[in-house]
Design a protein around this ligand. Structure first.
Ligand SMILES: Nc1ncnc2c1ncn2[C@@H]1O[C@H](COP(=O)(O)OP(=O)(O)OP(=O)(O)O)[C@@H](O)[C@H]1O
Length: 569
């Protein structure tokens, strides 16, 4: 529902209503055509089912007569009873079975397609406990490469792409990241920066084994936790979103909540971390989603952390808290590879990779990069500008001037690093406004959405937990049927035709049985007359006068045929 509302908001914002209405009308017309087709086929199956009893008897009786046999009531009704017994399996179950077989086949094909997807993880030489997976097959591999037992991420002249097949040496043909070299060991914080689309996320995806290797080597040892750029949550409590299937360990959990600046939110909430989020729960702001997303990765206590721009969705004060408490303190012994657009944190990274067009254009510590002068500031400028263009509101609240960016970095370096969660979060709005002095509207809206959630949690008004959710019980009310009928083209006319049609079909159905009875009586009477035996000598016929005296056997047959055909229609 959230997605739908967000979509509507975007369409309205860009005034795309007309174009989208046309698009949806076309799609709807195509959908209705398909639904109509399915309805016709289903009507045919059901029509055949109801008329089949009569159709089979008609066919059998005709075959019986035209092969020179004589019709008797005994034969006709025994045959009818037998056909009725196998009518259900043949005319209803069999078509449904065929339908289900095809539906099952479609589902199986989808599963098959998924299972047959290429496994890219073989691109990564994941080394567990000193054993190498795939590394031994590498001719250039030296055992010295793997003697160290600690976690490591190492890229050597590594190139990768997202799609298409590629052989080694295919580097120039559209590899998304090209010729990357990187070694990261525990305790190192590697910052990756670069303009939008320069391949930062692709690099992280490659370390995860999600891309296709084109050339080079990627070695990874240790468990991996990944916080995706697009923060996501699923419909469950916040706690379940953070644990993500792992058992609850209160120490680790509390620490995670603290370093990810979620404690304050939980304290203000009536339901704490049990508040339901997702489709059926409370809607989280982008900042809260980002923190839950980060907490999910942090809780896993992995050796390698791949964090894709976790600080951009939160305001500056919270971002700084996350960087201090979580990334540089809590994860200080881990390998942390941080993609970021928050350039003020660069000087605290052990190594910085500047990417552009899928390549690393500069690499080193902060002082080393500063020494590059214009090259460094030019890329910072480009990064900032491309990022500002991408965002409709600049949540970081900085201008595009490289001078300002560097100035901001200086400020971060000189500011007090011992800020606590309470102070940071309670003064988030003020500090943000004071520091940036720009994009105040953007900051305000971000802060408002952040505090709206906290407020809602605090009052316990909009927090929906599974117990509180309302469910209507009982049967569907008459007014619903009323609305349904009213939605028809012409309700009165439709109802009249519908009921009239039901009555007519039932009348024809019963009349056909009665007519068959008359037909067999007439056939028997004629048989007796042909043999010059008085009809009166027959016990069944002696008291009966035929209802239709001048109707021949052929007439009986044709009336019956027309009735069965009418039933089919
Ligand atoms: N899942 C994917 N499948 C196919 N192509 C992708 C995928 N993700 C990214 N790309 C492509 O890879 C190129 C690099 O994108 P990437 O997301 O790595 O850049 P980025 O530097 O992380 O950008 P940003 O700063 O916006 O996060 C782009 O051309 C993009 O279209």
């Amino acid at each position: 529902m959230n997605e739908i509302l967000n979509g509507i908001r975007v369409i309205k914002m860009y005034a795309w209503e007309g174009a989208f209405a046309q698009l949806i009308s076309e799609l709807r017309a195509r959908e209705i055509a398909k639904v109509k087709q399915v309805a016709i086929w289903q009507a045919l199956v059901m029509g055949t089912f109801w008329a089949s009893g009569k159709l089979v008897i008609l066919f059998a009786v005709l075959c019986f007569i035209f092969t020179g046999n004589e019709l008797t009531a005994e034969r006709v009704f025994v045959a009818a009873a037998l056909y009725n017994a196998c009518r259900l399996p043949i005319t209803l179950f069999l078509p449904f079975a065929i339908q289900f077989i095809f539906e099952g086949k479609v589902s199986l094909n989808r599963v098959q397609k998924f299972l047959e997807l290429e496994d890219f993880s073989s691109n990564v030489e994941a080394i567990e406990n000193g054993n190498t997976n795939g590394a031994s097959k590498e001719p250039n591999k030296t055992t010295a490469d793997y003697t160290d037992d600690g976690p490591i991420v190492e890229l050597r002249n590594f190139s990768a792409k997202w799609d298409g097949s590629a052989e080694d040496g295919d580097v120039e043909q559209g590899a998304t990241i090209q010729n990357l070299n990187l070694t990261a060991r525990p305790g190192q914080l590697i910052a990756i920066i670069g303009p939008v689309g320069s391949g930062k996320s692709t690099l992280l995806a490659s370390i995860l084994g999600e891309t296709r290797k084109v050339a080079g080597k990627l070695i990874r040892r240790g468990t991996v936790a990944y916080a995706a750029q697009e923060a996501w949550i699923f419909s469950a409590s916040i706690r379940q979103n953070i644990l993500f299937g792992l058992p609850h360990d209160s120490n680790t959990y509390n620490k995670t909540v603290h370093v990810c600046a979620l404690r304050k939110d939980f304290e203000r909430s009536a339901d704490g971390d049990q508040a339901l989020v997702g489709d059926r729960g409370v809607a989280l702001s982008g900042g809260q989603k980002a923190r839950v997303n980060l907490a999910r990765a942090v809780y896993r206590d992995a050796d390698i952390y791949l964090l894709d721009d976790p600080l951009s969705a939160v305001d500056a004060a919270v971002g700084r808290y996350l960087f201090d408490k979580c990334i540089t303190d809590h994860l200080r012994k881990k390998i942390t590879i941080l993609v970021t657009h928050q350039l003020q944190y660069l000087q605290r990274a052990d190594r910085i990779l500047l990417m552009k067009g899928g390549k690393v254009v500069a690499e080193g510590t902060y002082p080393e990069l500063m020494a590059l002068g214009h090259t460094f500031t030019d890329i910072l400028n480009e990064t900032e500008q491309s990022y500002s263009r991408q965002l409709s509101t600049d949540s970081a609240g900085r201008s595009g001037s490289p001078k300002k960016i560097l100035h901001e970095m200086e400020r971060e370096a000189n500011s007090d690093d011992d800020s606590e969660e309470d102070r940071l979060l309670s003064t988030a709005n003020d500090s943000q406004l004071e520091r940036s002095g720009a994009s105040s509207a953007a900051i305000l809206s971000q802060s408002l959405s952040e505090s709206a959630w906290s407020l809602a949690m605090g009052k316990g008004e909009t927090v929906i937990t599974p117990e509180e959710e309302d469910r209507l019980g009982g049967s569907v009310s008459w007014s619903v049927y009323g609305h349904y009928l009213a939605a028809m083209a012409n309700p009165l006319c439709c109802v009249f035709w519908l009921f009239g049609y039901f009555i007519l079909v039932q009348a024809v159905y019963n009349f056909s049985d009665w007519w068959l009875n008359l037909w067999t009586d007439a056939a028997e009477r004629e048989r007796y007359l042909k043999k010059n035996v008085s009809a009166a000598s027959n016990e069944t016929l002696k008291d009966q006068e035929p209802i239709f005296k001048n109707v021949s056997l052929d007439d009986y047959m044709w009336v019956y045929i027309w009735m069965v055909l009418a039933l089919m229609v």
